[in-house]
Design a protein around this ligand. Structure first.
Ligand SMILES: NC(=O)c1ccc[n+]([C@@H]2O[C@H](COP(=O)([O-])OP(=O)(O)OC[C@H]3O[C@@H](n4cnc5c(N)ncnc54)[C@H](OP(=O)(O)O)[C@@H]3O)[C@@H](O)[C@H]2O)c1
Length: 278
């Protein structure tokens, strides 16, 4: 199959203003797919033929319903939903306000599920379509001081597995897309989202700072988002439900292959040392 548009005529891509979502939207446009792309502030979205800007704020139920209705109506029934929008929240679980964790789970897990709940009935009725949930390798390798994020991404991965069984033997596929580190503005947004940190003299604050330094270094040297978009394209061409890991050879291939062979306690110790949390 040369062009994805032979299979998918229309797509809703959440979080298309920057980073992975923007690269995925551009890839789909190049393939001839009409894209409805979202941002909280639509002025941040590109102006391109085939692209329609949609306002979506995952902090609001009403915004989710309105964004989906606009895209689905415009497309005459969406063929592809890419649940990509998201953000990180960094800090000790106990030290951050619980409201912040709750807001992250509501936005990135509950309302992301809501978008799939809105999209699937139409896809089932037409017996064609694809749902892509952008989770993360954090579902397999949780990150320190990002407890809410790890929960969201593991939840999305489990949700995708459930859907894969439910849509088996239909014309619909579900992809759990798990990126490793990619060079996007993700960490900048995460840092500014921080509400409060521990006093710097506390040992936990030192460990937190060390972990942040590793996270920053990893993203700075990570591959560009276009690589994730190319991996998604290949998965959509393959048109098979499943988990797709995307990133460097070490993160996306070697580590997932070797990790199950290592006892959990040892894995945790290695991760703690790697992130400076010992
Ligand atoms: N970069 C990585 O290394 C990496 C690794 C694994 C997984 N991921 C996942 O990939 C996805 C995209 O991340 P990225 O790295 O591309 O980050 P990014 O450059 O910061 O882009 C995040 C996108 O999500 C949107 N967004 C953020 N919060 C939102 C909210 N409350 N409501 C609606 N939209 C919101 C942003 O739109 P506006 O701010 O314009 O509204 C933006 O378009 C995320 O789900 C992330 O968890 C990223």
């Amino acid at each position: 199959m040369s062009k994805l548009a032979d299979r998918y005529q229309s797509a809703l891509v959440t979080g298309a203003s920057t980073g992975l979502g923007r690269a995925m939207a551009e890839m789909l446009l190049e393939e001839g797919v009409r894209v409805w792309g979202t941002a909280r502030e639509p002025a941040r979205l590109p102006v391109r033929t085939g692209f329609t800007a949609v306002a979506l704020d995952l902090d609001s139920d009403a915004s989710v319903s309105a964004a989906f209705a606009m895209a689905d109506r415009g497309a005459g029934g969406l063929d592809l939903l890419v649940n990509n929008a998201g953000y990180g929240l960094f800090g000790g679980f106990a030290e951050r306000d619980f409201a912040g964790w709750q807001r992250q789970l509501d936005a990135m897990l509950v309302r992301t599920l809501r978008l799939s709940h809105l999209a699937l009935p139409g896809m089932l009725a037409r017996n064609r379509g694809a749902v892509v949930n952008v989770s993360s390798l954090a579902a397999e390798f949780p990150l320190p001081f990002m407890s809410g994020y790890n929960v969201v991404k593991s939840g999305l991965a489990a949700f995708s597995e459930s859907l894969m069984m439910e849509v088996a033997k239909t014309g619909i596929i579900v992809i759990d897309f798990r990126p490793g580190d990619y060079r996007t503005g993700f960490n900048q947004t995460m840092q500014t989202a921080s509400e409060k940190h521990l006093a710097p003299e506390l040992p936990r604050a030192v460990r937190q700072q060390r972990a942040w330094t590793v996270l920053e270094a990893n993203l700075r040297t990570a591959p560009p988002p276009a690589r994730a978009a190319a991996d998604l394209r290949r998965a959509l061409v393959r048109h098979r439900s499943g988990t797709v890991r995307s990133g460097t050879f070490f993160q996306a291939r070697l580590a997932p292959l070797l990790a199950p062979l290592v006892p959990q306690r040892l894995r945790r110790a290695v991760a703690a040392r790697y992130f400076g949390c010992f």
